[in-house]
Design a binder for this molecule. Structure first.
Ligand code: SAM
Ligand code: SF4
Length: 324
């Protein structure tokens, strides 16, 4: 079992399989960003299998594949199959912008991915383009394909930004109601240049909750998941909505996760810079036990909480480097 010095159990690994993306969401990956990692530095699918195997031996049960956009990594299916086959991994999930999901949804489901988080910030073609630099229709087709393939749950993640898409909240509720999708609203985080530029549109989600309460009855709901969202059921429907409030109400006390970058850096907190470089160990013949001990020691250094509010300029890497 992996435990940190604040007695938090770590059983969730977010694994970034690429730092590249076919979108340019302005709050994540500024269009000017050029500093991508070189593929020689990327962990290979065999290295990923080995390292995730060590995490599973240490008690990690849930792995989420993320990016950048994970579907732009050619070996994604192979990586997914290898991880799904590891003993101890009970859940394999994926975060995606869904732009390529129409094509890859079936193979990913066959590879063992079951839970999906899909980013969708707008249902309006023009606004979608303004936010992401890309097109809405393939994303909507990707969501339909994911429903057909039987992923469950499928959670739609909407970063709510004042003056950009906050008027679309009710429309998004209806879209998710119609399709039986879980909907989660997310506050912007000041991660990287993009995240800081989005801070001017920051909107505390308590405002959205109050607005929705005027229209719907919200009952606290239990939702099995590994995350920090607080969930509510809407009216008597099957729709569950969640609020993820890293800025207005941080949830670091119950943090259960660490993050691995595509280059093998183990990040202990999204909002801090502490990390352990695992790639040099992997490539210099370190034993499995040495790697596990290094992971245990690093997790003991996991910071108590992020400092988004106190030091919003602290994190230079874009969100796409670690996948949220
Ligand atoms: N490309 C995939 C996607 O968009 O779902 C996975 C990686 S993306 C970095 C993971 C999540 O981080 C997305 O839901 C995205 O909206 C969110 N995100 C990115 N930058 C953010 C920011 N500055 N504040 C809040 N959420 C952010
Ligand atoms: Fe790409 Fe996801 Fe970042 Fe958008 S949020 S730029 S889809 S990595």
């Amino acid at each position: 079992m992996l435990k940190d010095s604040f007695n938090r159990e770590i059983h969730y690994l977010r694994l970034s399989v690429t730092d590249r993306c076919d979108f340019r969401c302005f709050y994540c990956l500024p269009r000017s960003h050029r500093e991508f990692e070189t593929p020689d530095e990327w962990l290979t699918s065999d290295e990923i299998e080995r390292i995730v195997g060590q995490f599973s031996m240490l008690g990690v049960k849930h792995v989420r594949l993320t990016g950048g956009e994970p579907l732009v990594r050619k070996e994604l299916n192979e990586i997914a199959s290898k991880i799904a086959a590891l003993p101890g991994i009970e859940e394999l999930s994926l975060s995606t912008n869904a732009s390529r999901l129409a094509q890859f949804s079936e193979p990913l489901h066959s590879a063992g991915v079951r839970r999906l988080n899909i980013s969708l910030d707008s249902l309006d073609e023009e606004r979608f383009k303004q936010i992401t630099g890309s097109h809405l229709q393939p994303v909507l087709q990707g969501i339909d394909a994911a429903l057909d393939s039987g992923f469950h749950p499928i959670k739609i993640n909407m970063v709510v930004m004042r003056g950009i898409n906050d008027h679309e909240v009710e429309g998004m509720v209806e879209y998710c109601l119609d399709r039986g999708l879980t909907l989660r609203f997310i506050e912007t985080m000041p991660v990287g240049e993009g995240g800081r530029s989005a801070s001017q549109h920051y909107l505390p989600l308590s405002e959205i909750e109050a607005r929705l309460r005027k229209r719907y009855t919200l009952q606290p709901a239990a939702m099995r998941g590994s995350g920090p969202a607080s969930y509510f059921q809407i009216d008597d429907s099957g729709l569950v909505i969640g609020f993820i409030t890293p800025q207005s109400q941080h949830f670091c006390d119950t943090c259960n996760r660490v993050r691995l970058s595509v280059t093998g850096d183990l990040h202990l907190c999204l909002g801090q810079e502490d990390r352990l470089e695992l790639r040099p160990m992997l490539r210099s013949g370190a034993s499995d036990e040495t790697i596990r001990q290094a992971i245990r020691d690093a997790v003991m250094r996991k910071p108590e909480r992020h400092n988004f509010n106190e030091v919003p300029e602290a994190i230079l890497r874009p969100m796409s480097a670690l996948g949220g």
